[in-house]
Design a binder for this molecule. Structure first.
Ligand code: ADP
Ligand code: ZN
Ligand code: ZN
Length: 726
């Protein structure tokens, strides 16, 4: 009897594939799901290869129990992408699959059965006349649309309200039927495009010149320069051809405006994809992408694994944003994998940002990306001017200098809005004893606990531990405890007292936790009239605030002297993005930056020459100091209740690395945050000037590590192209 062997990728944390026998009664294709025995369990895996060559007797292999799909859930391009990702990040393929597949597919839910709803006129609907809808223009429009022929629910909902559908159904004028998903139909623009500036037009033309081939662009456009308009116009011809577009954004929940702009422009299905969706919504999005029913998908990181049928363009908005890098488990960078995806799909990719990452600027210098720039604001307003406010020897009122307060007062009197940026949520960084200097610390982390006055708690922002506020000092017993290190909650309380008549909005994780509260806050801000807006880095997330004329950067001094080599880049990005919220409407903007260190080189460069200049000199510095992107970095992290255990294990890794002279080491060192959630944390940084050198080393190291007894006594991870060095 001829037996087929198949090689399967299983969702287990092991860096290997598994072989099974396929009984002759079964048939399967690569990319389909199968149910197989695994130890005492049964697992659902994906067929990765048919008839692999075997070096041993396959009589030992176990048979496949069930073939789940008739057709592959993962097509060839996606399989290539996932294999690439597993190799590149040295991560088990099974876990890569887990990140890429919707939960319901991993659980074995059938792919083919789910259908979309289609609507068509009933007999009485056909026979009805327009008079019937005299009192409802919306129902009339829907009825007229359906007179053209049956339509899918998703297409209809792009233009009509669900309520109209329900009403016509109730009147039995239309019928609803289950339909398999169908490719979307382009139906023109809902809203005329804007007249492009010369820079914008150049960018759109450059992107559109690329047809069915891979090409990567960096769109560097100052804040408010109209990058989104470039995206909208660049994708228009693609939609006309029935192509699909993927837009990846760092955090979809924080930018509801972006989704709205795409929906307002095109009469095609625009889908979103993010972690707050239910499993059912995610599966539906997966299916609509696979069948080309979705024209545009706007999603976070993992949207890059969606099974597009006919991908025409990928856009990564805010490509510099750190949240594009997954920080746990399978630590991939969505921008980098998206570039790989575009090359596999033979389609162009656009990376957009006002503050591009040094990596992307470097790739422009290496001519890997084509550089497109928008140097002027669409509104014609100048980029806001920075002014440094020297805090040395100043009497501060609630953390604000006299000069700052004068400016705030002035803008509010002019009826404008003022934004204050303070990157610390809660009331205070800690409580401190007035007698002995004791500070409230987290028992499980090397960090202070933030005082949240409103919820009357001490919260650790690193492990999430909460405690009631103590009445007495933990060291000397004194009851004189006072808040230190101003947070947004405190600033809000103080400004409210100083400006009792001015409406105030606070934007941070705490104030926007409730569903809908962010939308509500943004809506308030978009109303004309004086207002104070206080917020954390959430303010930097690409919002468009037309009435803000003054941005005050209350305190960033802590970030000026960080040991992390990426800190200057990140600070410059944050400052530029926050400042970019000023003067986006018809009024010019101004930025006040309060600091104890007005002479600091980074501040001086940013202030005088802007981000572009800062970034190019920072890149030069990275070259001189041999740091990424001039070197490639991989980071081993170890975590354990015993500090020595981490150090010992990383030393063992370091010793094993001596076999690779091309790889330079830094460490083992304890991580900047030495302890988190009770565990000690250490790291070892590996650098190499050629990527293959690093990868070869890792490839040989990992199987060795797996054998060491010590490896099982602690938690360790490998982070390729690590961004967060904490
Ligand atoms: P960015 O994404 O670069 O920060 P946006 O795309 O949000 O900028 O554009 C800023 C504002 O300028 C928006 O209100 C947008 O409608 C407007 N805008 C963009 N391009 C043009 C244009 N060519 N003509 C007029 N207004 C424009
Ligand atoms: Zn903690
Ligand atoms: Zn004390």
């Amino acid at each position: 009897m001829l037996l087929t062997v198949i090689r399967v990728a299983l969702p287990v944390p092991l860096r290997q594939h598994f072989d099974y026998l396929l009984p002759s009664t079964m048939q399967v294709q690569v990319g389909c799901r199968v149910l197989v025995p695994f130890g005492k369990r049964q697992l659902i895996g994906i067929v990765w290869q048919l008839s692999p060559s075997l070096t041993f007797d396959h009589a030992q292999l176990k048979p496949v129990q069930e073939v789940i799909d008739n057709e592959p859930v993962l097509g060839e391009t996606l399989r290539q992408l996932l294999s690439f990702a597993a190799d590149y990040y040295h991560h088990p393929l099974g876990e890569v699959l887990t990140a890429a597949l919707p939960a319901l597919l991993r659980e074995g839910r059938a792919l083919n059965k789910v259908a979309s709803m289609q609507y068509q006129l009933s007999e009485s609907g056909f026979n009805a006349s327009a008079d019937k809808f005299k009192r409802s223009a919306k129902q009339l429009a829907l009825w007229q649309a359906l007179r053209e022929g049956p339509q899918a629910e998703t297409t209809l909902l792009a233009q009509h309200q669900r309520a109209s559908l329900t009403q016509l159904l109730a009147k039995q004028l239309i019928r609803r039927e289950e339909q398999p998903y169908q490719a979307y139909q382009y139906q023109g623009l809902k809203q005329p495009p804007l007249q492009l500036s010369a820079d914008q037009a150049l960018a759109v033309t450059a992107i559109n010149q690329v047809q069915q081939q891979f090409r990567s662009f960096l769109l560097e456009g100052v804040t408010g320069s109209g990058k989104t308009e470039v995206y909208l116009q660049a994708i228009t011809p693609l939609l006309q051809q029935g192509k699909q577009v993927l837009l990846i954004v760092p955090e979809i929940g924080l930018t509801p405006q972006t989704l709205a702009r795409f929906e307002q422009r095109f009469a095609v299905p625009v889908l979103s994809w993010h972690s707050n969706q239910s499993d059912t919504e995610r599966l539906a999005c997966w299916q609509q992408t696979q069948s080309a029913a979705a024209a545009i998908v706007i999603g976070t990181r993992s949207a890059l694994f969606l099974p597009f049928a006919t991908l025409g363009l990928i856009i990564i908005d805010e490509e510099h944003d750190q949240s594009l890098k997954q920080q746990d488990g399978f630590r991939y960078h969505a921008r980098d994998l998206a570039i790989k995806r575009a090359s596999l799909e033979r389609c162009p990719i656009v990376l957009g940002s006002a503050t591009p990452s040094l990596e992307s600027l470097y790739n422009c210098q290496q001519q890997r990306h084509m550089h497109l720039s928008l140097t002027e604001r669409a509104s014609g307003q100048a980029i806001p001017q920075y002014q440094l406010v020297d805090l040395k020897q100043q009497q501060l009122v609630h953390g604000l200098a006299g000069q700052t307060l004068t400016q705030i007062r002035k803008q509010l009197q002019l009826g404008m809005q003022v934004m204050l940026f303070l990157n610390r949520r809660g009331f205070a960084a800690a409580l401190s004893c007035q007698e002995c200097g004791w500070l409230t610390e987290c028992k499980r982390c090397s960090a202070f606990t933030t005082y949240h006055k409103h919820s009357r708690q001490l919260v650790c922002h690193h492990c999430g531990a909460t405690r009631p506020v103590p009445r007495q000092c933990g060291s000397c017993g004194s009851s004189r405890l006072a808040p230190v290190g101003q947070g947004t909650e405190q600033l809000e309380e103080q400004l409210q007292l100083m400006f009792p008549e001015v409406p105030l909005t606070r934007l941070d994780r705490d104030s926007t936790r409730r569903k809908g509260s962010l939308d509500q806050a943004l809506e308030q801000i978009n109303k004309h009239g004086p207002r104070i807006i206080i917020g954390t880095q959430m303010l930097a997330k690409g919002h468009h605030f037309p009435y803000v004329t003054l941005v005050v950067i209350v305190d960033v001094d802590g970030a000026l002297y960080s040991s992390d080599f990426r800190a200057p880049e990140q600070l410059a990005q944050l400052l530029t993005q926050v400042s970019g919220r000023a003067g986006r409407g018809s009024h010019p903007g101004q930025v006040l930056l309060q600091t104890q260190y007005p002479e600091h080189a980074l501040l001086q460069d940013l202030m005088q020459n802007g981000y572009g200049s800062f970034a190019r000199s920072a890149l030069l510095e990275r070259q001189q100091t041999r740091l990424p992107p001039y070197q490639h970095l991989a980071l081993f992290r170890a975590e354990s209740l015993q500090s020595e255990c981490c150090q010992q294990w990383l030393q063992q890794v370091a010793d094993a690395c001596s076999a690779f002279p091309q790889v330079q080491l830094l460490g083992p060192i304890s991580s900047p945050m030495e302890r988190r959630a009770g565990k000690y944390r250490w790291q070892l940084q590996l650098y190499a000037s050629q990527r293959p050198q690093l990868h070869q080393a890792l490839q040989q190291l990992l199987p060795q590590l797996a054998q060491w007894p010590l490896s099982r006594k602690l938690k360790w991870q490998l982070d390729v192209d690590a961004i967060d060095l904490n």
